[in-house]
Design a protein around this ligand. Structure first.
Ligand SMILES: C[S@@+](CC[C@H](N)C(=O)[O-])C[C@H]1O[C@@H](n2cnc3c(N)ncnc32)[C@H](O)[C@@H]1O
Length: 282
């Protein structure tokens, strides 16, 4: 970086504080002191893209809050979107062998739909993993499956809706058998087949903001999202999802996440080296 560029991209402590506050309040993401380099590295390319004369100008515009497209880009570059198909073996075995079969039996008995919410869905691998499992476990029920994938980033949701994955992405978790059954070749990559894509609806909203009206879900996957939230934000979120669950609803969180140190209305069920949570009904 030359000298002129360096001063253009300087981040004052005050501006860093503004970014921290905006991310925390609007998205729930907690950006710790020491992450100034991350803000500079990720936001600097947006200074020219959005025709600002400096990083300071960009942050001031964000703070003024009237540039939705800029805010979307900032959230997109600052959030962590890492994901892959059938992420983490133990929880997915539990989902495949215990949780989904139980949900299918309940739904069939009651003659109702099966609803799953992948909250913090990123580019869609988690939601499509569930769609594949349900297609395998209960092919006769797939027309009654509704999966919602939600994320605060519109960009990742657009990719999720397209359902196109590079070789490297499908090689992370998709077996040859599932690749043959659920994907079709697409310009040197792989596209999730339409039958599977039709099982998922994508919705953009922040888990820390206003939610659209949601139905009651049989299963909520809230994985590797809360890890970036402050404990108080986690607690609020855990309480907000309760009304979005059927009384028999199950919650699965990320392997590195726990509900400990939060007041909540769930009880843990452990089996097959994994834990999921059931709603405690009064
Ligand atoms: C690390 S990815 C996890 C994806 C998937 N759940 C998994 O476990 O593989 C986290 C996703 O949560 C999204 N996210 C972060 N904060 C969010 C919020 N407040 N509301 C909705 N989505 C959020 C990010 O944009 C990102 O795509």
């Amino acid at each position: 970086m030359n000298q002129e560029n360096e001063s253009k991209m300087t981040l004052s402590q005050e501006d860093f504080g503004l970014v921290q506050n905006m991310l925390s309040q609007r998205v729930g993401i907690s950006l710790s002191v020491g992450k100034e380099y991350l803000v500079v590295n990720r936001l600097s390319p947006l200074v020219d893209t959005f025709n600002f004369d400096s990083l300071h100008g960009l942050i001031q515009s964000l703070h003024a809050g009237n540039n939705v497209r800029l805010w979307d880009e900032v959230v997109d570059v600052l959030a962590v979107h890492e994901t892959f198909f059938f992420r983490d073996q133990a929880p997915f075995q539990q989902i495949e062998q215990e949780i989904l079969p139980a949900i299918c039996i309940e739904a069939e008995k009651a003659g109702r739909d099966i609803r799953v919410w992948s909250a913090g869905a990123s580019t869609g691998q988690e939601a499509y993993s569930i769609a594949m499992l349900l297609s395998e476990i209960a092919p006769h029920l797939t027309k009654r499956v509704q999966i919602v994938g939600s994320d605060v980033s519109g960009k990742v949701l657009q990719a999720a809706a397209e359902g196109i994955y590079r070789k490297f992405e499908v090689s992370r978790g998709v077996s040859q058998e599932r690749l043959d059954r659920f994907f079709e070749p697409h310009d040197g990559a792989w596209r999730v087949k339409q039958t599977l894509r039709e099982m998922v609806q994508w919705q953009k909203f922040s888990l820390a903001g206003t939610w659209p009206t949601l139905p009651e879900f049989d299963l909520i996957l809230l994985r590797n999202v809360m890890v970036y939230f402050k404990p108080e934000t986690r607690e609020v979120l855990l309480n907000r999802i309760v009304p979005a669950m059927r009384p028999t609803g199950r919650l699965v969180v990320g392997s590195a996440e726990s509900l400990m140190s939060c007041q909540h209305q769930f009880r843990a069920v452990s089996s097959m080296n994994a834990t999921h949570y059931l709603r405690v009904n009064d």
